[in-house]
Design a protein around this ligand. Structure first.
Ligand code: SF4
Length: 444
């Protein structure tokens, strides 16, 4: 839990020597509480102060790094709601493959090849889960190896046989994957395999108290790369349990529940499994394992996840410049919009759909949408005109028709003043109406 300035001051020497750059220890403590200073700036901080403040500055949800390069990060969350600050690491999506499946090769290929291009981002599946359903430990280990070699992404390994899990953990050493302990009894035995081969360990227990006790025990043994798997029996219970654990970690600084979570979606019905996965993405899921590969389901979930986990303070932006839509020529019309990615991709898509080629001017608007940018003074007639002159667009085109979004019709006069010789056309308010606007106003 974050300490207040007064709580921190009690841990400082209180000599007001000013060597930290602050006039008093209290002023320095206030800066520490606001995370505007670091304890190392006080040369006289005691070991006790370092221990207490160090623990207090740890994120309440433990960070876990997965994958060969340890690039897939989970946990480290600090807020319950996105509007408080931002969520840090998004829910990792995985697809389950059973070792008894007939079409293993085809599923692995689908998982590997799946790509979703959305608002300029290339999204792929994060992980694959390998589940032992058959009787052969060798077949399970071989599938884990094949999945790792094919995907080169971290795995979730699940088996009721702790020996098979340990063997598979050795076979995919270096992948920094997740071993799923089948029960509390086998979890402690699997710690050695997880530690030796560099994997995280997902632990489970019948209820939260037992799970917290198990997490504490394993942490005390010196292993802390844990993932929690809750035993719940309904969507409502899963939702509640995820929320209880996250609140305990964030609000009460209850470390034994401060770990990323793992959820295997049980339902094989596409709609039900999607609802369960949506709940995980919305409410604190760490890894969400889907029961099978479905491209449409993945597209929906990844789009939702992008909405939840994009930092609202840092909108996704495209580079400010002139974009060619189709194969525009000197006499092609010119459109203008902001550099908020979603706006750019919707507008460019609608122009493309109309079948014409055009130039799309995208000035720097700090990733804001049209009305927000206009209200902030970033999308005015003067600023758009200045941008067009600076990029030298007038050298390359002969047609002087510039289409502005209908929502900012009020800037047309200022824009015409800023760009003498241009005809400013007020386009539709909604991008969805661009096609008919183009056909009736621009194509003769
Ligand atoms: S350096 Fe340490 S002891 Fe000196 S004023 Fe700053 S906080 Fe207090």
């Amino acid at each position: 839990m974050a300490l207040t300035g007064l709580q921190i001051q009690k841990l400082l020497p209180k000599t007001n020597c000013k060597e930290c750059g602050s006039n008093t220890c209290l002023a320095f403590a206030m800066k520490l509480a606001a995370k505007k200073a670091e304890l190392k700036d006080c040369p006289y901080a005691s070991d006790e102060a370092k221990r207490v403040l160090g623990a207090a500055s740890e994120p309440p949800v433990k960070g876990i790094a997965l994958g060969a390069e340890q690039a897939l990060k989970l946990g480290e969350e600090t807020v319950l709601y996105r509007h408080e600050k931002t969520f840090v690491h998004q829910t990792a999506l995985a697809v389950n493959i059973n070792d008894t499946e007939a079409a293993i090769e085809a599923t692995l290929k689908s998982c590997k090849d799946y790509v979703l291009n959305r608002v300029g981002q290339t999204l792929v599946l994060d992980m694959v889960a390998v589940t032992q359903k058959g009787n052969s430990a060798d077949a399970f280990v071989a599938l884990a190896q094949k999945a790792w070699t094919t995907m080169k992404r971290p795995l979730v390994l699940r088996s009721a046989d702790a020996g098979a899990l340990a063997a598979a953990a050795a076979a995919i050493k270096g992948s920094h994957s997740v071993l799923v302990a089948p029960d509390a009894e086998s979890a402690e035995g699997l710690v050695a395999a997880a530690k030796e081969h560099g994997h995280a360990l997902a632990i489970t227990a019948p209820d939260l108290d037992a799970l917290a006790a198990l997490a504490e025990k394993i942490k005390a043994s010196g292993f802390n790369d844990l993932v929690l798997q809750f035993q719940t029996h309904s969507l409502a219970e899963q939702f509640q349990t995820n929320a209880i654990a996250r609140k305990a970690a964030l609000k009460d600084n209850f470390k034994p529940l401060g770990y990323p979570t793992l959820k295997f979606i049980q339902s094989t019905d596409l709609m039900d499994s999607t609802v369960e996965a949506v709940t995980e993405i919305n409410k604190y899921g760490g890894i969400c394992v889907l029961p099978s590969f479905d491209a449409a389901q993945l597209a929906s979930l990844m789009t939702l996840r992008l909405n939840i986990y994009t930092d609202p303070q840092k909108p996704i932006q495209v580079e400010p410049k002139v974009y060619a839509i189709g194969e525009p020529k000197a006499d092609s019309p010119v459109f203008v919009t902001t550099n908020f990615s979603l706006t750019y991709f919707i507008v460019s898509g609608e122009i493309e759909n109309s079948g014409i080629s055009a130039w799309l001017v995208v000035p720097e608007c700090e990733g804001m949408s049209v009305l927000t940018a206009w209200a902030a003074g970033k999308f005015s007639g003067a600023s758009i005109g200045k941008f067009i002159r600076e990029i030298g667009l007038e050298k390359d085109i002969t047609r002087r028709d510039l289409v502005i979004p209908g929502y900012v019709a009020q800037i047309s006069g200022e824009l015409e003043e800023s760009l003498p010789g241009w005809r400013v056309l007020v386009g539709p308010q909604e991008a969805g109406d661009l096609e008919s606007f183009i056909k009736t106003r621009l194509v003769s």
